[in-house]
Design a binder for this molecule. Structure first.
Ligand SMILES: NC(=O)C1=CN([C@@H]2O[C@H](COP(=O)(O)OP(=O)(O)OC[C@H]3O[C@@H](n4cnc5c(N)ncnc54)[C@H](OP(=O)(O)O)[C@@H]3O)[C@@H](O)[C@H]2O)C=CC1
Ligand SMILES: N[C@@H](CC=O)C(=O)O
Length: 345
């Protein structure tokens, strides 16, 4: 499988660590990986037959690709998506709110328009342009997969696609932003918002711009992405009613805790009178509510459908590895589909 990476940060480098590990070829469902390009915004980019393990080591050691690296290129990511020879675009650039998911949306669209598969963990394109990108993928007969964009690789979209066929999702509620959940837990212990942000940055979980976590934009993007994919909505993060945790004080968090309750940032969507209403807001959760058990970077999603009783998917303490695995699972899905059709990926 020839892969073009757009973005080589926390998630991409963890994925690189998995597929270059000596145990990789013996794992079930594996496939040979060839990397034809690695693009970053400010640390240099490579095009050609990239040695993934060496590229990762170089970036981790020096923070950039050496200007004399033989594969260094001045090509832009858009030019790469249009011109390089690859099977799958792995798009792992940061969430862009003000730019409405761009430039990732254009990079993905250009790959799909060329008949190339796309895998992303970036929720921006799903939140801002799901209908357009899914339609393009369908027309071109390729896959647009994004399992890691919500709940860090937990099999959420896979579950909905495979195991909820024919059900209509009527509503969902979830704790979907790990950074704010960990910050609220830290504040329960008397810590500050700033310390919580620093810890999430050190763990590689915070967004490149952590105000996107704190102000609820990441939650709004995940809410829009889920509503678009699971409920056939056509909303963007700007349509989601949103209140982040920026104005929540340690006193408020601790008062709730003393009363046996916890403050949580909850993402919601529901069908009401033909429309889909979406919100992200801080809620007080009772001690016997499963949402109250979600600690640190954990997540939970409760889905209501018309044919099944509510389902609850929980995830304990995901790390960047979980997100990298979700991307890998999408790649395996593409490799498996190609194998079943007797084609190269
Ligand atoms: N980290 C996590 O736990 C999770 C992350 N995600 C999502 O996955 C994506 C990647 O996350 P993560 O790896 O942590 O992010 P990082 O911020 O660590 O890395 C982002 C990478 O994208 C590069 N980049 C920025 N702009 C562009 C561009 N226009 N074209 C090509 N590359 C670009 C950056 O380059 P440079 O370093 O030069 O700026 C960097 O290499 C994000 O969308 C995030 O929301 C989803 C679930 C969990
Ligand atoms: N910043 C996000 C990372 C995953 O999407 C979070 O904190 O959940």
């Amino acid at each position: 499988m020839k892969i073009l990476f757009l973005g080589f940060g926390n998630v991409a480098r963890r994925l690189a660590a998995i597929v270059t590990d000596e145990g990789w070829p013996s794992r079930r469902g594996t496939f040979p990986v060839e990397v034809v390009g690695l693009f970053t915004a400010s640390r240099g980019s490579l095009a050609g037959a990239v040695d993934l393990a060496r590229a990762r080591a170089e970036l981790e050691a020096t923070g950039r690709f050496d200007a004399r690296h033989p594969l260094r290129t001045d090509m832009t990511p858009l030019e790469a998506s249009r011109n390089l020879d690859y099977d799958v675009l792995v798009e792992l650039s940061p969430l862009a709110i003000e730019a409405r998911g761009e430039p990732a949306v254009s990079h993905i669209a250009s790959a799909l328009a060329r008949g190339r598969h796309v895998v992303t963990a970036n929720k921006g394109p799903v939140a801002f342009a799901y209908r357009k990108l899914a339609a393009l993928a369908e027309t071109q007969g390729v896959r647009f997969l994004f399992e890691s964009s919500v709940m860090d690789g937990a099999p959420l979209f896979n579950m909905a696609r495979v195991a909820l066929r024919g059900c209509r999702v009527e509503a969902f509620a979830g704790i979907l932003n790990g950074t704010t959940n960990a910050i609220l837990c830290h504040m329960e212990r008397g810590g500050s918002l700033e310390e919580g942000i620093a810890a999430a940055q050190a763990a590689g979980i915070a967004e490149a711009d952590p105000s996107h976590d704190v102000d609820g934009w990441d939650g709004a993007a995940k809410t829009a992405a889920l509503a678009n994919v699971l409920m056939e909505a056509d909303v963007t993060p700007f349509d989601v009613e949103r209140r982040g945790i920026g104005s929540v004080s340690v006193g408020e968090v601790r008062r709730a805790l003393a009363a046996g309750r916890r403050l949580k940032l909850v993402c919601r969507a529901c069908r009401r009178e033909g429309a889909i209403q979406t919100s992200v807001a801080v809620e007080e959760v009772a001690a016997d509510d499963p949402f109250s058990l979600v600690d640190a970077y954990g997540a939970i999603l409760r889905i209501e459908t018309d044919l099944m009783h509510p389902l609850v998917l929980t995830q304990e303490g995901p790390e960047v590895m979980d997100t990298a695995y979700g991307v890998l699972n999408d790649l395996m899905e593409i490799a498996g589909t190609a194998e079943r059709k007797g084609e190269e990926p």
